[in-house]
Structure formats: C-alpha cells, structure tokens
Design a protein around this ligand. Structure first.
Ligand code: FES
Length: 130
C-alpha cells in the first residue's frame, strides 16, 4: 500500500466530504476533481468527515451506475446515491439498500501533518489490499 495525501484536513469540516480523481499505480497521484467515468487507470475517491470527528474514504462512483456518491446526501455514516437512492456505509462501502448490490472500495484514512492521507494499493484495491 502507498500513502496518498488527498487534501488538507482543514478543507473538509465536520459533516463535509471532498472527492478527487486519483491516477492509480505504484505512485498514485491526485489529478483533479472527480469524474463519474474517468480515464482508465484512475479512480474517484471521496473522503468524509463526520460530525463526530471520524474520517472515512471510499470509492466515489456508485456500484449501480455512473453517479458520484459525493454529490448525494451525507447523513453522518452513509452517502446516499442520488441516482436511485442506495445508501453506502462509509466504513464498509456496502450498500444498505437496493438497487445497488455491490460494495465500493474503502481505504484506511488518517490525518497526518494536517493532511488527509489514505492507504491505497496500486490498482485502487478495496481496503488498500494488494
Ligand atoms: S446509480 Fe446509484 S443507486 Fe442507481
């Protein structure tokens, strides 16, 4: 796994999310704002800061269709897809209700030196695995 700084923690207050497009590979890199259907070898990743002070990171594209979860409702522990209403658990990436029935990737996240840092595998693997 590789550490990747997503943004300054100060940019994302409690109850807020931030999403970026990441170029995957051995040296991942933030390349800009998220895209529903980004180029091959990239992934949209959203970080979420709960009102309780926890941080989560997961894939930002709904597993049911090309919709950015970061554009949906953030209710504290889930992001709701505005496409058809599936709610994704930020901790697990698992949808709590249909129509989405497959999880999105999740990533370990920590605040280091004021930066939101995730751990990600070279292929953007779920849970940072390789
Ligand atoms: S596109 Fe997200 S639930 Fe259908």
């Amino acid at each position: 796994m590789t550490a990747l700084a997503i943004a300054a923690a100060a940019e994302v207050g409690p109850g807020e999310v931030k999403s970026v497009q990441v170029r995957l590979g051995p040296v991942p890199e933030v390349i800009g704002p998220p895209e529903e259907q980004g180029p091959p070898g990239t992934a949209a990743i959203v970080v979420a800061h709960t009102q309780g002070g926890e941080w989560f990171a997961m894939g930002d594209v709904c597993s049911h269709g090309p919709v950015l979860l970061s554009e949906g409702e953030f209710d504290g522990c889930t992001l709701e897809c505005w496409g058809h209403g599936s709610r994704f658990d930020l901790a697990t990436g698992v949808p709590e209700n249909l129509p989405a029935n497959r999880p999105v990737a999740t990533y370990p996240v920590a605040i280091e030196d004021g930066q939101i840092v995730i751990q990600i595998g070279p292929d953007g693997d779920p849970d940072g695995g390789e």
